[in-house]
Design a protein around this ligand. Structure first.
Ligand code: 4NP
Length: 159
């Protein structure tokens, strides 16, 4: 079997959007029977929440869809990630700019907006941190759609 494809999701805090993406995409990949061929991780550009579990609202919203993200712990993006992942998928334009700046200096995988694989109606996953539960549902909807688009891309690559 070929080497696993390595996918990293990135947001700001790594407690709301990117751990949600990690959980949803893990489920999508599992349902496709491809868990052995795809390695998935997430991180944040900021360091405030390092070591913390996902936000309770993100955990509950994921749980309502049968996804358990409670064992994930936040970590900060590091330069070596650009050499350890084949896809670096960011949630918003700010994270894209932050990581692009690093990538231009040191090389490695070029970051992309995760929603480039999803709905044409949105390019960013809106930050739900300061909003209500509805924001977390929307995060999951956008992530689910992009996860399916990403899976289709990976199937081509793994075929
Ligand atoms: P995330 O959400 O980037 O989706 O994990 C946030 C979490 C925390 C903060 C901002 C966004 N914060 O400012 O602490």
């Amino acid at each position: 079997m070929s080497e696993p494809v390595r996918v990293l999701f990135v947001c700001l805090g790594n407690i709301c959007r990117s751990p949600s993406a990690e959980g949803v995409f893990r489920q999508v990949v599992e349902n496709a029977g491809l868990s052995n061929q795809v390695k998935i991780d997430s991180c944040g550009t900021g360091s405030w929440h390092v070591g913390k579990a996902p936000d309770g609202r993100a955990r509950e919203a994921a749980a309502r869809r049968g996804i358990d993200i409670s064992d994930l712990r936040a970590r900060q993006f590091q330069e070596s990630d650009l050499f350890e992942f084949d896809y670096v998928l960011v949630m918003d334009r700010q994270s894209l700019a932050d990581i692009k700046r690093v990538q231009k200096e040191i090389g490695g995988t070029e970051p992309e907006l995760f929603l480039d694989y999803g709905s044409p109606s949105h390019d960013e996953v809106p930050d739900p941190y300061y909003g209500g539960n509805q924001g977390f549902e929307m995060v999951l909807d956008l992530i689910q759609e992009a996860s399916e688009g990403l899976l289709a891309r990976l199937r081509e690559r793994l075929a």
